[in-house]
Design a binder for this molecule. Structure first.
Ligand code: GLN
Length: 378
């Protein structure tokens, strides 16, 4: 079979997940909680199923959920999106990203993307016959080099793909970043695709700079986020995107033929939970505590931690410890020490290896402490 993605193998999250299971390792790899979601949320889903909400939802999403989303976004970020035409509930943030790229990026276009990059971004761009224009972020800050972005914009640049808070680095965009982005895109027809699935996981009192907080950027942006990350239900596969109508019309053309609609009872349940904002307003403090538990428990480990300002992730360098590749190091941690992490080279198209691993702290405290204890003995 002639591959459309000849350089792509099985995603690292599947590979490491299987290896971790085989060796019964403590799993600090995937950005997925190992603790339960709200019992109310499960009850709401159950009640929705019992009430007979088991057939297709509207293509654009359940009206009550779309309303809850636009109300939340207006309250938190100030932008009023039209409930009928500017928000779509998607079968996961991944589907939202994929539908947006498929709908908006043409063959021969260029898309600016920053590495390390979540592993789906570049393949999504390549599947359109478009060219990823890759800009590298450097440790320990992983700040976007805006002069380089400006220099690499061309008449073919169609999109800039951003992710804040950033997986895997834990960087978050600042007001200065947003000002540069606004200036650089001003007067162009560049679309900003903003992956904000960790929007409610920003630490140390920093602000989440959603594109929907900045009207000029909101007018050219597709904002994508996830209920899975926010309500501890990554397996439900429900997310959403926001965009001005002209962009959303095109995105829906793809969504309607890829998924048609997201899961019905889950949308009923999520609409009810959205009426309880404490679930997401408390999330930064909840995960900041987990970040701190893991960091403190790793204080005695030989790993060199790179500070995280948001997301579920913490990076750690082992470059001073070993000449192994990060994949070999991760493999050895699983097989010999019983703890699973992600090699950061998986977030580079060319496999750039800076001997850094990613640890997920979306885990209960016992797991974080047990994993850290093993990492202290490597
Ligand atoms: N976003 C999560 C992570 O980075 C899960 C990714 C996945 O399993 N596809 O770990």
């Amino acid at each position: 079979q002639r591959s459309k993605l000849p350089h792509v193998g099985t995603t690292i999250f599947t590979v490491i997940g299987q290896l971790a299971a085989k060796h019964q390792a403590i799993n600090l790899s995937q950005g997925a909680p190992n603790f339960p979601c709200s019992a109310d949320l499960i009850r709401y889903a159950h009640e929705a199923m019992q009430a007979g909400h088991n057939q297709y939802a509207p293509m654009s999403g359940l009206p009550a959920l779309r309303q809850a989303i636009v109300d939340k976004v207006e309250t938190l970020y100030g932008q009023r999106y039209d409930v009928d035409s500017e928000v779509t509930v998607m079968a996961s943030a991944s589907e939202a990203l994929f539908s947006a790229v498929t709908a908006l990026v043409h063959e021969g276009d260029e898309v600016i993307v920053f590495e390390p990059a979540f592993d789906s971004y570049i393949p999504m761009i390549e599947l359109q016959g478009a060219t990823p224009v890759v800009i590298k972020l450097s440790a320990p800050e992983f700040a976007i080099p805006w002069d380089e972005v400006a220099a690499r914009i061309s008449p073919r640049t169609r999109m800039i793909l951003l992710n804040t808070p950033h997986n895997p680095t834990g960087n978050v965009l600042t007001a200065a970043d947003v000002a540069r982005l606004e200036a650089i895109t001003d007067g162009t027809d560049i679309v900003v695709l903003s992956d904000e699935v960790y929007e409610h996981v920003v630490f140390d009192g920093e602000l989440h700079h959603s594109m929907s907080r900045h009207p000029k950027l909101a007018a050219r942006s597709v904002v994508v986020t996830s209920f899975g990350k926010t309500f501890h239900v990554t397996g439900w596969r429900v997310g959403y995107c926001l965009a001005p109508q002209a962009l959303m019309d095109e995105i829906r053309k793809v969504h309607q033929f890829a998924m048609f609609a997201a899961d019905t009872p889950m949308q009923y349940a999520l609409a009810r939970l959205m009426a309880e904002p404490e679930h997401y307003l408390g999330l930064s403090a909840f995960y900041q505590h987990k970040r701190d538990v893991l960091s403190q428990a790793l204080a005695e480990s030989p790993l060199q931690l790179i500070p995280s300002r948001g997301s579920f992730f913490l990076l750690a360098s082992f470059a001073h410890l070993s000449d192994e590749s990060d994949s070999d190091f991760v493999q050895r941690l699983i097989t010999q020490h019983g703890v699973a992490t992600i090699p950061v080279s998986a977030f580079y198209r060319d496999g750039t290896d800076q001997r850094v691993i990613r640890l997920s702290f979306a885990k209960d405290e016992a797991t974080l402490r047990a994993g850290a204890e093993r990492l202290c003995r490597i």
